[in-house]
Design a protein around this ligand. Structure first.
Ligand code: GLN
Length: 487
């Protein structure tokens, strides 16, 4: 199999038997980035010198016999992770000139495992968006149809994998930003249980929801990456102190006896017919593999969007107060006094969507509105988590569509925030409950655009979800299809 299409295990095997060096492999993907990035705009920063130096170190580790399973396999990183010596922009003008002085925990983990970085991927500004159109660095184009969005906010990550500019990437998911772009780009992505992957050095959007996870072409590749990413970290107070697990261990288990919960609310009004048909076909496929569908109800899931758009902006308005022109990044060139400097810096440095969120957040937290909005939203968040707990009494994994439709046209929803927000209808509930969720390809719509299947598992059931996804991917070939015209 060509280097371009090989799964991570196959790339690692070729590195181990010296068929290819990490320098050659990294150069191969850097060449693809150079050829395709002008069209796709998936990368904000590439630095071939740095990437190849990391690859040379990986080759040295292989030669010295100190290599781990993935040493030398290159990977792309979402530009939300602080990366020592690399520009880290979070998709914003505010940080367009910010070079991080340290590595995020996730970056440290990949460096320690010997995976060279291919560069930093484009994203919605401060991870706020579902289409990658809020990026200061311009929209990312969907490799399946470059007139369409790749989803967001990890749109650069999803697009670079679909276009084979990188074999894998890191992403983050606050309300769906790993799963929805994975669905739109026809790849596989997993948002772990809240607290499983340290948020240290990951630029904060909504801290009670943000979680980093792997994005790749297959569930098996995501399992290998998750093995690297997890691990207790004292620098994140929400990092969970647990034994490290091997997420590859259950991939080959048969699915006989598996109960898949189908929430009736996820198959209701608003779901595109092609998406519904593809998800139903996936249920039929899983039945053939021995699974039994059971109907479940997530009665409060319909409130997830309003709840999220109170809580996430509230947390964002607080987190983003640090961007004041003093400590990081951009400062307005001209101002009268300190207050004027803050005001001009923030007016010029943030884009429209970020400003909208800061305003909403400040409003819902303000005296007189706190009880009516913020507190009420926290209560409903609890009810949503409770619905999941009830559902998991009768099923092992919940299944449904990842997004209500497939990739939409660039510009199609950018003037209508609420339309845009509705894209995360099915993904946000898992974030509110802190549950793991993943998206995997399950077909194409009538236009040839990928469709995503979502799995939501109980806390810490990543190995089970990856098992279900891997068995499905052994029986189907949706995840190995590739966009045409980008050879
Ligand atoms: N699209 C959602 C938002 O705009 C989720 C983003 C995310 O998960 N980072 O907030």
């Amino acid at each position: 199999m060509s280097l371009t299409d090989a799964p991570l295990a196959a790339l690692a095997a070729q590195l181990a038997d010296k068929t290819v060096s990490s320098r050659e492999l990294t150069q191969h993907f850097l060449d693809r980035i150079a050829a395709l990035n002008p069209t796709i705009n998936a990368f904000v920063t590439v630095d071939p010198g740095k990437s190849l130096a990391e690859a040379a170190a990986a080759d040295a580790a292989r030669a010295a016999g100190t290599a781990g399973p993935l040493t030398g396999v290159p990977i792309a990183h979402k530009d939300i992770f602080c990366t020592d010596g690399w520009r880290t922009t979070c998709g914003s003008k505010m940080l367009a000139n910010f070079v991080a002085p340290y590595d995020a925990h996730v970056i440290q983990q990949f460096k320690a495992a010997g995976l060279p970085s291919l560069g930093k991927t484009n994203m919605d500004e401060f991870a706020m968006g579902s289409s990658n159109e809020t990026s200061f660095f311009g929209p990312v184009k969907n490799p399946w149809d470059t007139t369409r969005v790749p989803g967001g906010s990890s749109g650069g990550a999803a697009a670079c994998i679909a276009a084979r500019m990188a074999p894998a990437a890191t992403g983050t998911d606050t309300g769906g930003s790993i799963r929805q772009p994975a669905a739109f780009a026809g790849i596989t992505g997993l948002k772990p249980t809240y607290g499983l992957v340290s948020r240290y050095g990951m630029i904060a959007f909504a801290s009670s929801l943000d979680q980093a996870g792997p994005m790749a072409r297959s569930a098996e590749d995501c399992a290998l990456l998750l093995n690297v990413m997890t691990g207790f970290d004292t620098r994140d107070s929400t990092s969970l102190e647990r034994e490290k697990e091997d997420y590859v261990r259950d991939l080959d288990k048969p699915l006989a006896g598996l109960r898949i919960g189908l929430p009736k609310e996820f198959f209701a009004e608003g779901l595109n017919a092609d998406v519904a048909a593809a998800v139903e076909a996936a249920v039929a496929e899983l039945k053939k593999l021995g699974a039994t569908p059971v109907e479940v109800s997530l009665a409060n899931a319909g409130l997830a969007i309003p709840v999220y758009y109170v809580l996430a902006p509230a947390e964002a308005s607080s987190n983003l107060s640090r961007f004041d022109g003093v400590r990081y990044g951009y400062r307005a060139p001209e101002y009268a006094d300190l207050n004027d400097m803050y005001a001009k810096t923030r007016a010029q440095g943030f884009g429209a969507e970020v400003k909208r969120r800061i305003l909403i957040g400040a409003y819902v937290l303000s005296h007189g509105y706190y009880d009516a909005y913020y507190l009420q939203a926290q209560k409903i968040r609890r009810l949503i988590a409770h619905d999941f707990a009830e559902a998991f009494k009768v099923c092992d994994v919940i299944l449904g569509p990842t997004a209500p439709g497939t990739a939409f046209k660039l510009g199609e929803k950018s003037d209508d925030p609420v339309e845009m927000y509705l894209n995360d209808l099915y993904t946000i509930p898992a974030n509110l409950a802190g549950l793991p969720g993943m998206s995997l390809p399950c077909g194409f719509d009538s236009r040839g655009l990928p469709i995503g299947l979502q799995l939501v598992g109980n806390y810490f059931s990543e190995a089970k979800m990856l098992n279900v996804a891997h068995q499905y991917q052994r029986a189907t070939d949706w995840h190995v299809r590739r966009p045409e015209g980008l050879s």
